[in-house]
Design a protein around this ligand. Structure first.
Ligand code: ADQ
Length: 466
């Protein structure tokens, strides 16, 4: 729970994300308190806000609330309100049904509506206005992700004194895809309001630079763009995970015991394959289950010696295509169990539940093969968390070459998830891999994530932002 504080305070560091990690109804139910509960990337960013005694601006996910600001220790939260209409048009519409598909290879067709675009502009402007109220003169402002791409330019117009950084968590598409967006110039100009624009992957940098030349006719270098006489730096800053925290958790006896218990509950299969994702059409969940089904069908794997556990937490349930995806995956898992499982002993263990961090960590420890097969993914933190959790240097990562992480985790078994045979071969190789080879590959990957952990990501970005 957090105490409410008065507005009017200003800060030298302002973090801006679409959402702030709070729960609870501050005005009514909880009697005036939010619960601040950052995990994963939010925890890392929250640490930085705290260390810098800064402010964190974002939407609190609470409709119709009255509380706007609160402090938890040295993290000062400032919430933005979104109306029901804005949630529908800006978030579910423009962000999740226009931008998300375009930025993910148009796997699903993007939709374009001017009402959505207008709401998106209004909402971005509200974030920019909120930042101007809390940012001290010359403050460093770090804006995150695809929902807020217009904010940097709006901020620069309002407050040229600020030092503005922007980081995109999803992959920056090439001109062939990005060029479909009606607001393509506006979006690029929005980002160019920043002093530093960061991407997950070097290809994001090259795509962005090419977009600036082709769509805006700007002069670009290898890592910068000149716009209105200013030089904007454009760099790759691959995000990572808190390796030390993950190692600490997986070394707890409680987690090791839980991992053993999970395996026992699944009938102690010789090989446990695991997938953990948000239920999203970009994650390639159907592709991996189909490949596993074909391996069972062809007799290369057996239901007696292997099991597949897929966690797919529901997200964006209000959108029809996510509901349809859920039906398809349900059906596929049901089909595999009806065909290859026995009564009371399914081959695919499938859940839509939200799992807590300890349970996720226990799953990583329990997994012999982690199957990560997105059709497009900015980075994919699940793959890095798995590597970080394997303190025993065992386990095999099967990883899509279309995840940003493939650029760094080159000792994974890299696959094209659209190629079922490739996927099947990789799974078979993973199942048969000797402990020595597992150890050699895992060690290389673990060294990489340890040297490039989440704190290194934060420090690297903020150092370059200056
Ligand atoms: P996401 O698309 O959400 O993130 P990912 O990078 O895998 O995907 O991060 C998911 C996070 O949520 C991980 O920390 C994972 O442990 C957790 N998680 C996943 N499934 C879960 C489940 N079923 N229950 C509980 N926790 C679960 C976006 C981009 C990515 C980019 C990240 C960070 O799409 O490409 O890597 O931001 O920049």
């Amino acid at each position: 729970p957090v105490d409410h504080v008065d507005d009017g305070q200003q800060f030298d560091f302002v973090l801006v994300t679409h959402r702030i990690p709070v729960h609870g109804r501050p005005d009514a139910v909880a009697g005036g308190a939010w619960t601040y509960s950052p995990v994963g990337v939010d925890a890392i960013l929250g640490e930085e806000v705290g260390v810098r005694n800064g402010a964190w601006v974002g939407w609190s996910w609470q409709p119709g609330e009255s509380v706007r600001s609160a402090a938890l220790g040295r993290v000062h939260l400032r919430s933005i309100e979104l109306s029901d209409r804005e949630i529908e048009w800006h978030k579910e519409g423009y962000c999740n049904s226009t931008l998300w598909p375009i930025y993910h290879d148009s796997i699903e067709r993007p939709e374009f509506h001017r009402d959505w675009r207008d709401a998106h502009r209004v909402v971005n402007r509200r974030y920019a206005d909120a930042v101007t109220r809390v940012a001290a003169p010359g403050a460093v402002v770090w804006v995150h992700d695809y929902q807020l791409q217009l904010v940097p330019a709006m901020l620069r117009a309002l407050r040229p004194d600020l030092r503005i950084g922007f980081f995109l968590h999803i992959a920056q598409p090439p001109v062939e895809l990005f060029g479909q967006l009606p607001e393509r110039e506006e979006t690029l100009r929005g980002l160019l309001g920043a002093d530093l624009v960061g991407f997950q992957h070097p290809r994001g940098v090259s795509n962005f630079l090419r977009l600036c030349t082709e769509l805006l006719g700007l002069e670009v270098g290898t890592d910068s763009v000149v716009v209105d006489g200013r030089r904007v730096r454009v760099e790759a800053h691959p995000i990572s995970v808190d390796v030390a925290a993950i190692e600490e958790v997986v070394n707890r006896p409680r987690i090791t015991r839980r991992a053993a218990q999970i395996r026992a509950e699944l009938g102690n299969p010789r090989t446990l394959l695991v997938g953990i994702d948000r239920l999203d059409y970009t994650k390639g969940i159907e592709q991996r289950l189909l490949a596993y089904g074909e391996l069972l069908d062809g007799g290369q794997l057996s239901a007696d010696s292997s099991a597949f556990l897929q966690v797919a937490t529901l997200s964006r349930e209000n959108l029809a295509r996510y509901a349809l995806l859920r039906e398809r995956v349900d059906r596929l898992a049901g089909h595999l169990n009806a065909s290859y499982g026995r009564m009371g002993n399914p081959v695919v263990h499938y859940t839509n539940r939200v799992l807590d961090r300890d349970e996720i960590m226990a799953l990583y420890v329990a997994a012999d093969v982690m199957v990560v097969t997105p059709l497009r993914d900015g980075m994919n933190l699940v793959s890095k968390e798995y590597v970080a959790s394997r303190v025993d240097n065992r386990g095999v990562l099967v990883l899509s070459e279309f995840a940003g992480a493939a650029h760094e985790l080159s000792e994974a078994l890299l696959v094209n998830p659209n190629d079922v045979d490739d996927l099947k071969n990789a799974v078979l190789r993973a199942v048969a891999m000797s402990p020595a080879e597992q150890g050699r590959r895992m060690e290389v990957m673990r060294k990489h994530v340890r040297e490039h952990d989440a704190q290194a990501w934060v420090d690297g970005f903020l150092k370059d932002l200056g």
